[in-house]
Design a protein around this ligand. Structure first.
Ligand SMILES: Cc1cc2nc3c(=O)[nH]c(=O)nc-3n(C[C@H](O)[C@H](O)[C@H](O)COP(=O)(O)OP(=O)(O)OC[C@H]3O[C@@H](n4cnc5c(N)ncnc54)[C@H](O)[C@@H]3O)c2cc1C
Ligand SMILES: NC(=O)C1=CC=CN([C@@H]2O[C@H](COP(=O)(O)OP(=O)(O)OC[C@H]3O[C@@H](n4cnc5c(N)ncnc54)[C@H](O)[C@@H]3O)[C@@H](O)[C@H]2O)C1
Length: 330
């Protein structure tokens, strides 16, 4: 397809932005869309009375050579820093230190700093939920939830969680079928902030119990607001699924209780609390899809669900979508 129309990218999480960066660097023009008010998706940070809180991705590792090289560049630009928490694990009702040698990265001063910087000056429309992707005679067009049409576009990259991608890929039934077979698990996240620091050295903890999966001292990450002692708690996938429709107040109460039982020090009532439900937090299983493409049509899909369900997998999937698109147009 020869065209000077831009490429539409739906989703400004790390996968969509990874694809956007690669395409922009190769000389293509892109137009991004996101239903949210800002970029980041599951790497977004919530601004709150207790400062910015990382409610989704907590840190990320870089095991792939290409991703590791990119993270080095991010570090050189001041977008990320190593986080070296005092790590614990909680299993069989016992809390134990669990230090390791793994390098863990976080965005600085908040997780969303990475996608904010990647977005730079690329054209984007926020608060724009795309409801339909359809093809005209020569080009693609997008219809948003308000009924407004966007286009023309030469290609479309769908970079949303799999369950949100199915409907957008209806023009390519094979891709839509593959996406429909990917299921994703929810995660309830709760943030608690205490006036007085809790009397514990713990800064990150892998939890194996019925309710929790993970807890972290948000303010132990580099560059965070330290006025209050802020904590982020993640419920396990199974608990989250079983309690999907609980009110936020009830979720806070349950997770606060489980946290107090686990942490081994006095936990007062928090000065501040909030809950957030991630409906599509992580793929139920890892896949080896790379990125999906119907290159003849010009429709692509990428996201963490194509690979590992982690920040690294999402970034790699975005790179793969861009690579496939560029290769087909050479
Ligand atoms: C609670 C939680 C904890 C996690 N912890 C870690 C961790 O510690 N380490 C790690 O490596 N990974 C972690 N992850 C996973 C990591 O956050 C994801 O793998 C990664 O951020 C996914 O990026 P993505 O670009 O594929 O998708 P997303 O970040 O979900 O981006 C998709 C974007 O598409 C937008 N969108 C969706 N539908 C539409 C539509 N119709 N129109 C317009 N826009 C739309 C969304 O608003 C969103 O911005 C965690 C995730 C969660 C939820
Ligand atoms: N809650 C959600 O919705 C999540 C969605 C997607 C990912 N989530 C968590 O992200 C991290 C990232 O995984 P990783 O990059 O492979 O990191 P890791 O630090 O290597 O941890 C992987 C896994 O190994 C166990 N583990 C690692 N280090 C220790 C340790 N020092 N002590 C005990 N156990 C350790 C632990 O089970 C880790 O989960 C990962 O945590 C995803 O769960 C959440």
């Amino acid at each position: 397809m020869t065209s000077t129309a831009p490429i539409a990218i739906i989703g400004t999480g790390i996968a969509g932005l990874s694809a956007a960066e690669a395409l922009h660097a190769a000389g293509y023009s892109v137009q991004l869309f996101d239903k949210s008010r800002g970029s980041g998706g599951r790497m977004a940070s919530k601004r709150s009375d207790a400062g910015a809180l990382d409610l989704g991705a907590q840190y990320f590792t870089a095991r792939d050579r290409r991703f590791a090289a990119t993270v080095q560049q991010w570090q050189a630009r001041g977008w990320v820093e190593e986080w070296t928490p005092s790590l614990y694990q909680f299993a069989n009702g016992t809390l134990n230190p669990s230090a390791d040698e793994q390098i863990r990265w976080v965005g600085k001063p908040r997780m969303s700093a990475i996608t904010r910087a990647m977005l730079g000056a690329l054209p984007v429309k926020f608060s724009c939920r795309i409801a339909e992707v359809f093809r005209g005679e020569q080009h693609w067009h997008l219809l948003d939830a308000e009924g407004e049409s966007h286009g023309p576009f030469s290609h479309v990259i769908v970079a949303t969680p799999a369950p949100q991608a199915s409907a957008l890929l209806a023009a390519a039934p094979k891709l839509a079928g593959t996406v429909a077979s990917v299921s994703m698990d929810p995660t309830w996240a709760v943030a608690l902030a205490f006036e007085k620091p809790l009397d514990t050295p713990l800064e990150g903890c892998f939890v194996q119990d019925d309710v929790l999966d993970w807890t972290a001292r948000n303010r132990s990450k580099p560059g965070r607001d330290t006025t209050l002692d802020t904590w982020v708690l993640h419920a396990s996938s199974s608990w989250s699924r079983q309690h999907l429709d609980l009110s936020k107040e009830q979720v806070i109460e349950h997770l606060h209780g489980a946290f107090a039982e686990m942490i081994g020090c006095a936990v007062p009532a928090p000065a501040f609390s909030l809950a957030h439900r991630w409906l599509y937090a992580r793929p139920s299983a890892a896949h080896q899809l790379g990125a999906l493409a119907d290159a003849d049509l010009g429709l692509y899909a990428c996201g963490d669900w194509c690979l590992s369900g982690r920040v690294e997998g999402a970034w790699l999937s975005g790179q793969e979508a861009a690579r496939k698109l560029i290769a087909h147009n050479q």
